[in-house]
Design a protein around this ligand. Structure first.
Ligand SMILES: Nc1ncnc2c1ncn2[C@@H]1O[C@H](COP(=O)(O)OP(=O)(O)OP(=O)(O)O)[C@@H](O)[C@H]1O
Length: 360
């Protein structure tokens, strides 16, 4: 799962990327105009794995992960700006979700492309730029469909007409400044437009990049939309924190008056926004979190580990994380009747510790 970090020039995208990925990508006070992206894979923090590791003493602990891609700045000028450069558009279009870094820190030495600090304005400008990109794809496709449909045989004509009607609905929404992600689409409709990779259909995390002085009391930035969330971070401080070892970080966080890095919150919010939950496996070899979309049946979850386990699925032995911890051991959990046998269609819950029985 890949999350593209977007935002206006100098909003702090690379700084936030470094904070999230504990990386060392170069930042600059003047917009770099870079088109080559920075890419990194990040472990999704999950304190349950540390607790399970103490219980099972495994050789290895494996976290779920997500990837972040830091790409160059958007212009925020929408249609008048001539659209997104194709390289940038490709990187954003192939991501599963977007993380929009919004400049909220005040620092006269770091120029803002629009001359002043106004997060709500910048959020609207980037939303508009994404909407224009989707609109131009829709318009091109509608022109094509309108020319094609009258000449098609009946069955295909029906399919293409349904697609045209849907695209017209999306166009109306976008023209009314409603992003595609907030629309209620049926599964069929969602499938019909998946190939277009619309930018405003992707889940969106707004990350106000705040100043050091606001860490204790971040400004309220509203973005009450479906498949969206807001998580502020002070990129500069968090990027420094990300370079420290645990003991040094603890001292630094005490100085700042915080108990945990904001990085963990932003990564967890990204994971949730992608619609992912984790099921867990635990044994002497490995304790591991496996990402699956919410609502996944047991037989498909088994396939995430190995296709053989899915193919030969017999049943799943499942204990909820909290039941296992309350019981103190797998033996006690079994004795207390907390370990359930579930069939193929059981919907896996976040934190289910799963052991799949299979036969191939
Ligand atoms: N929260 C913050 N407080 C103060 N300064 C910050 C903060 N976040 C980033 N900066 C500074 O802002 C400048 C621009 O940051 P950065 O290079 O990360 O932005 P960018 O959005 O990646 O820029 P570009 O447009 O070049 O891609 C850097 O000097 C960085 O140190």
């Amino acid at each position: 799962m890949k999350i593209a970090i977007i935002g206006l020039a100098n909003s702090g995208k690379t700084t936030v990327f470094n904070a999230l990925t504990r990386g060392h990508a170069e930042t600059a006070a003047y917009s770099s105009g870079q088109l080559e992206p920075n890419l990194a894979t990040v472990k999704v923090p999950d304190p349950r794995l540390e607790v399970l590791a103490q219980m099972f003493k495994p050789r290895k602990v494996t976290y779920a992960d997500v990837q972040y891609v830091d790409i160059g700045g958007l212009s925020g000028s929408g249609r008048s700006g001539g659209g997104l450069p194709p390289v940038l558009l490709n990187y954003i279009a192939s991501a599963d979700a977007l993380l929009h870094v919004v400049r909220a820190f005040d620092d006269p030495t770091v120029p803002h492309p629009n001359g002043s600090i106004d997060p709500q304005r910048d959020i609207a400008a980037v939303d508009l730029e994404l909407a224009f990109s989707d609109l131009s794809i829709i318009e091109r496709r509608l022109n094509r469909l309108n020319a094609e449909i009258p000449k098609l045989p009946a069955k295909e004509k029906e399919q293409r007409t349904a697609e045209r009607d849907l695209l017209q609905r999306l166009r109306e929404a976008l023209e009314g400044e409603v992003p595609i992600r907030t629309l209620e689409l049926t599964d069929d409709e969602a499938r019909m437009i998946r190939g277009y990779q619309f930018l405003t259909a992707k889940p969106l995390l707004i990350v106000p990049n705040i100043g050091e002085a606001e860490i204790a009391n971040p400004p309220h930035i509203a973005y009450p939309h479906r498949k969206s969330a807001v998580e502020p971070i002070c990129g500069k401080i968090e990027a420094e924190l990300a370079q420290l070892d645990d003991a040094e970080a603890r001292v630094f966080m005490d100085d700042l008056g915080i108990t945990a890095p904001a990085r963990d919150r932003v990564i967890a919010a990204s994971y949730q926004l992608l619609g992912l939950i984790s099921f867990l496996t635990a044994g002497p070899d490995e304790v591991r979190a496996w990402p699956i979309p919410r609502g996944t049946p047991a037989v498909e979850a088994a396939g995430v580990i190995h296709s053989d386990i899915q193919r030969g699925f017999i049943r799943a032995e499942i204990v909820a994380y909290h039941d296992l911890i309350a019981a103190g051991s797998m033996y006690e959990a079994k004795k207390a009747g907390h370990v359930r046998m579930e069939g193929k269609q059981y919907i896996i819950q976040d934190g289910d510790i799963c052991h799949f029985l299979f036969n191939v």
